[in-house]
Ligand binder design. Sequence first.
Ligand SMILES: [Zn+2]
Length: 297
Amino acid sequence: MTFNENAKLDTSGVQKRGRGAKTAAIGGGSIGLLIVAFLASQFLGVDLTGLVSGVDTGQQSQEQVEGTGLEACQTGADANAQIECRMVGVQNSLADFWETESAAVGVTYERPGFILYEGQTSSACGTASNAVGPFYCPGDSSMYVDTSFFQLLTSQLGAKEGPLAEMYVVAHEWGHHIQHQMGVFDTTNRTDTGPTSDGVRIELQADCFAGSWLGAAATTETADGVTLLEPPTREQVDVALSAASAVGDDHIQGQQGQVNPESFTHGTSEQRVNWFVTGYEQGTGACDTFAVSGSQL
Ligand SMILES: [Zn+2]
């Protein structure tokens, strides 16, 4: 997806944190690439549940917040050229989308915290490292995006495909924020696994919300009314679909050996693609994954 070069970016909703006391464990060369391959297969599969097992909750170290650190992110051209600015642009687009769409899903608009970090940072859900991948923390209503993770992801997927995969992940995490506001996490058992479990329904709904945003992304605007993103091409939509497909439980488990539906946490590739397309074509009103029977999920 391409940003309108002249659109002005608003960095006020994005916080950038410097490196934590402990630096990133990702090395260079082949080890780094192996880790990326693993992370790429896990991304979207590590939020919420992954976080619980992946964090050191005993650590309370506070990090220095260095200004905004995002002064270079002025326009859509910057977003097209640079990862951090692209995250600002996506945040701007999602904020604009949900500002109007929140009412449709029955919640008051509330912007989640949006924190860019490298290496390691603290959250209300514990200490996050880039081994965790991007995630949403309900405890402080914030999403945490490790930009070095995305840099490696893009270097794996290619400059053409990487950015849209990044945007899809961020839109999915924002979907969890909407669910948090809707009270979904209070009324469901998010540790439940299996093909028709609450855990899978939660993830598929977040996919549907991500698709809803993509369907409307070309209509989102900056504060001064300039269109932020150009409409996605068919090829770009296909990239988002393949990203959704790649993170299906059956696909990931198949790569690792045996597929065991009872341990599904995010849904199959087919389900993830279907719900993403449902949101893309029909909008948020069609995203009630809790209302459908198991066979329609
Ligand atoms: Zn998720």
